[in-house]
Design a protein. Structure first.
Length: 293
C-alpha cells in the first residue's frame, strides 16, 4: 500500500472516531454541465433532499434509476436480498475538462469506497468527471454505478456496451468484497495495479493472469486465498478481452492517483487535518484533566 494512501486511511479513520425518465439530458454536453440520477422509489421529500444535498435546482437534467435496472447489472454478483426491492441511491455527475480525470465524493455510502467507484467508472469507459454519490439513508452504494453510467451515456450521447457495464459492476462488487477481507485501500490499490499491468502487457492465459495478481499482491504485502485469486483472474480475463482503450484507462488511473495525492497536499486538506489534530489535543487534554482531578 502506498504511503499517502495509508496516511489518508489512518487519518480518515481517526477523524471518524472523533467526530420512466425525468428531464432528459442533452447530447451536446460540455465541461461544467451537470446531470443527476435519482432512485425511482424516492419519495417527493427524499427527492428534494437529494437535490438539496447535491446543491442543484429541480430543473437540472435528471434520470431515474429503477430497482429492475439495479438487479439487471448486479444480480449475477450479489444476492437479491442485498440489492433490495427499491431504488434509492442517487448521484450527480459533472463533466470536467479533458485530462482532469475522475474525482469521486460520497456520503451515506457504507460499502463501496470513492476509489472503488472511480476504478469501476474507468472500466466502464467514463472519464474526466466530478462524481457525487448519496442516498436518503445509509446504503451499500452498489446500485449507484448503474445511475452514473446511465447519466454519462445520456450526457455524452455515447452507448457503453452491455458487457463493459457488466464487467464494471462485477469489478466494483469484487473489490468491495476483497476490501472486507484485506482492507479497502489495499483492495482498491491491487485492482488499480492489475489494470495498469493489463494496459502494458500482453496476457494470453489465465495462468499468466494468476501469476501477475499474486506478484502484485505480494508487492503491497497482501496475501490472497485461492478463491480470491480465481475470482480476480476470471474478472480480469473478461476485462482484458473488452474493446477498451487501455491508454485512456491508464491515463485516467493516473489522474485518480493525482487527485487523491493533490487533496492530501491541498490547503483544504491541511486545514481539515489541522482542525482534526487540535480536536484530538483538546479531547486528550480533557481526559488528562479528568484523571488528574
Amino acid at each position: 500500500m502506498k504511503p499517502f494512501l495509508k496516511v489518508f486511511s489512518i487519518l480518515l479513520t481517526l477523524a471518524l472516531l472523533v467526530y420512466p425518465f425525468g428531464n432528459v439530458a442533452e447530447a451536446d454536453a460540455v465541461p461544467g454541465d451537470v446531470f443527476v440520477t435519482l432512485g425511482q422509489d424516492l419519495s417527493e421529500s427524499q427527492k428534494n433532499e437529494m437535490l438539496e444535498r447535491m446543491e442543484v435546482s429541480s430543473d437540472v437534467p435528471t434520470l431515474y434509476v429503477t430497482n429492475e435496472e439495479e438487479h439487471k447489472y448486479l444480480g449475477d454478483y450479489i444476492s437479491a436480498q442485498t440489492i433490495g426491492s427499491k431504488a434509492f441511491s442517487s448521484s450527480k455527475i459533472t463533466l470536467s475538462e479533458p485530462d482532469t480525470g475522475i474525482h469521486v465524493t460520497s456520503d451515506r455510502i457504507t460499502w463501496v469506497t470513492n476509489e472503488m467507484y472511480a476504478n469501476a467508472l474507468i472500466t466502464a469507459g467514463i472519464k474526466d468527471a466530478e462524481v457525487y454519490v448519496t442516498a436518503p439513508f445509509n446504503v451499500s452504494g452498489t446500485a449507484a454505478l448503474t445511475g452514473l453510467i446511465k447519466a454519462y451515456e445520456s450526457a455524452t450521447d455515447q452507448v457503453i456496451p452491455e458487457e463493459q457495464k457488466n464487467v464494471a459492476n462485477e469489478e466494483m462488487v469484487r473489490t468491495a468484497e476483497l476490501g472486507d477481507a484485506i482492507g479497502e485501500e489495499e483492495a482498491a490499490e491491487l485492482i488499480t495495479l492489475v489494470k495498469e499491468k493489463i494496459a502494458t502487457t500482453s496476457i494470453e492465459s489465465e495462468e499468466e493472469m494468476r501469476t501477475i495478481i499474486i506478484q502484485l499482491a505480494e508487492e503491497i504485502n497482501v496475501t490472497l486465498t485461492d478463491s480470491q485469486i480465481n475470482e480476480l483472474s476470471a474478472l480480469f480475463m473478461k476485462m482484458k478481452d473488452l474493446n477498451i482503450d487501455w491508454d485512456t484507462v491508464s491515463n485516467q488511473l493516473d489522474k485518480v492517483r493525482d487527485n487523491l495525492s493533490g487533496f492530501l497536499e491541498s490547503e483544504e486538506a491541511r486545514s481539515f487535518f489541522d482542525r482534526m489534530i487540535e480536536g484530538f489535543k483538546s479531547f486528550f487534554n480533557s481526559i488528562r484533566s479528568f484523571f488528574s482531578s
